[in-house]
Ligand binder design. Structure first.
Ligand code: G6P
Ligand code: ZN
Length: 543
């Protein structure tokens, strides 16, 4: 066995997006495509001697082949060892946990998150650093620049190894420890939440349904919910990870998780429902005929954090992405702690978590998490809710309604226009930017514009700066319209329009969301001329 130096040339377009490099499987199957990117990562990281690398993915199509390639490249670069999830499986949160716990240099996670899988679907690769979090922008940009200058990559010609049974084996003398992908993560969850109380809840007859959508959360959910906590067998549905997610779209929203939504609306529905995405970092929380908006979920958890032993000492601060509703800000105010507003992308929470400024973080895109790792964490949110239900009693609806009574309700919705022409999308945003200065003071549909801008962010910890992070139109009554282009899509461009309206009066808290937001929706369309630019009269997805 020997280390081969293979001649290659730069492949354009390997710039990581919001969360790693995501392309069609067919792109990754091109000769040298994966190898070039991994070489870019290893070159940028520098010395591997003495270092541990964590490796695993969400089990989607191409995961297993990519793992063999990366193992051989890691061996060629002199890593001291690789910790590999059994079967090539590691959820994104579990990978973050393993990196931190075992003092690794970092980890490579193979996932295109919530994007569809299978031979015709998407594949992805991302690098997380020693803190367990996504590589910061400066690092991903350096990796990208490096991919543009490659002339060769290094790889061992060792044979493929068995990745399906636990134990240590070698690739060209480099030890690969095939580990239980669930154990470290489950142990961490047990430290954070009151497992005894949740066990009592289930023992008392409480029922739930967790929809793993045939993605990577299945083994974690079965082991923890059904195994450790005693949820009835069958509480986890679609629990077997499949390479094509069984044809499901593993993005937990009411549209994609229709089986769960229907179950939760049927007679005899379980007391609690939840779903997670491809790599298990997202979560959706559902009560009986009641969907919890992700922005509300963050606010509710923050207001009740004391129920969980891991957070009983109080929160240092809360952080949310800019388009996420300001429900969490009200909780932070009441608690007398800061609430940070960051650009979209979990990576922006990393510095705040590392510096101890924020304890809980959340995004409207079904992401919630804390300082326990450096990724959002789907099952963590589910356990937090179970802990809350176990301690507080009542239903999901009761808990959220009581929260609104106390803090007021932020009606919230996101309208997505998917797969639109990228040039048309850019023109729409450009035209909006030009209009911004004239908007303040204008009256529209009973609203008056207070201010309008293009969100910019300076990181309070490291001073790094991000501009053009979303156009905001703020109304005098606290309502908001935000426009952004998605950084995670792989087909054309996706325009996201985020709508938020604050309602203090409890008598007005139970209006259907789209009805409550109708006035803002009409303004959003007319100000940005969405129909004209996109040729679409309706969004493709409403969450
Ligand atoms: C990923 C990231 C999130 C982000 C989401 C939506 O899940 O980890 O941090 O909020 O994508 O991103 P997008 O750019 O598509 O709105
Ligand atoms: Zn994900």
């Amino acid at each position: 066995m020997a280390i081969q130096t293979v001649a290659t040339s730069p492949i354009p377009g390997q710039r990581p997006g919001t969360s790693g490099l995501r392309k069609k499987v067919s792109a990754f199957q091109q000769p040298h495509y994966l190898e070039n990117f991994v070489q870019g990562v290893f070159d940028t990281l520098g010395a591997a001697a003495g270092q541990t690398l964590v490796l695993g993915g969400d089990g989607r199509y191409h995961n297993r082949a990519a793992i063999q390639v990366i193992l051989k490249m890691a061996a060629a670069h002199g890593f001291a060892r690789v910790l590999l999830g059994q079967g090539g499986i590691l959820s994104t949160p579990a990978a973050s946990c393993v990196i931190r716990k075992h003092g690794a240099l970092g980890g490579i996670i193979l996932s295109a998150s919530h994007n569809p899988g299978g031979p015709e679907g998407d594949f992805g690769i991302k690098y997380n650093g020693a803190n367990g979090g996504p590589a910061p922008e400066a690092l991903t940009e350096a990796i990208y620049q490096r991919t543009l200058a490659l002339a060769e990559y290094r790889i061992s010609d060792a044979p493929d190894i068995d990745i399906d049974s636990r134990g240590t084996r070698t690739v060209d003398a480099m030890p690969v420890e095939v580990i239980d992908p669930v154990a470290d993560y489950a142990q961490l969850m047990e430290q954070l939440f009151d497992f005894a109380a949740i066990r009592r809840l289930f023992a008392g007859g409480f029922t739930m349904c967790f929809d793993a959508m045939h993605a990577v959360s299945g083994p974690y959910a079965r082991a923890i919910l059904e195994g450790m906590l005693g949820a009835p067998a069958g509480s986890v549905i679609n629990g077997q990870p499949l390479e094509d997610f069984g044809g499901l779209h593993p993005d937990p929203n009411p549209v994609n998780a229709e089986q769960l939504i229907a179950l939760m609306a049927a007679p005899g529905a379980p007391g609690f429902g939840a779903a997670s995405d491809g790599d298990a970092d997202r979560n959706m929380i559902v009560g009986r005929s009641f969907e919890v908006a992700p922005s509300d979920s963050l606010a509710v958890l923050a207001a009740n954090a004391g129920v969980a032993p891991g957070y009983a000492g109080g929160l240092a601060g809360i952080a949310r992405s800019m388009p996420t509703s300001r429900a969490a800000d009200r909780v932070a105010d009441a608690l007398g702690i800061p609430c940070y507003e960051t650009p979209t992308g979990w990576k922006y929470f990393g510095t705040l978590l590392d510096a101890g400024k924020a304890t809980l973080c959340g995004e409207e895109s079904y992401g919630t998490g804390s300082n326990h790792i450096r990724e959002k964490d789907g099952l963590w949110a589910v356990l937090f809710w179970l802990n809350l239900l176990a301690v507080r009693g009542g239903s999901v609806r009761d808990i959220v309604s009581a929260h609104w009574q106390r803090f007021g309700r932020h009606y919230y919705s996101r309208h997505d226009y998917e797969a639109i022409d990228p040039d048309a999308a850019r023109r729409l945003m450009q035209d909006l930017r030009i209009k911004l200065a004239n908007l303040p003071g204008q009256n529209m549909n009973h609203y008056q514009v207070q201010s309008a801008d293009d969100f910019e962010y300076t990181d309070p910890v490291d001073g790094s700066h991000a501009s053009q992070q979303g156009i905001r139109i703020m109304m005098t009554d606290g309502s908001r319209i935000v426009y952004r282009l998605s950084g995670t899509g792989t087909e054309g461009a996706t325009l996201r329009v985020y709508l938020e309206r604050y309602e203090a009066d409890p008598a007005q808290h139970h209006i259907p969301t789209q009805q409550a937001l109708a006035g803002l929706i009409a303004i959003a369309d007319s100000v940005a001329s969405i129909a004209m630019h996109t040729g679409r009269s309706n969004p493709t997805v409403i969450t």
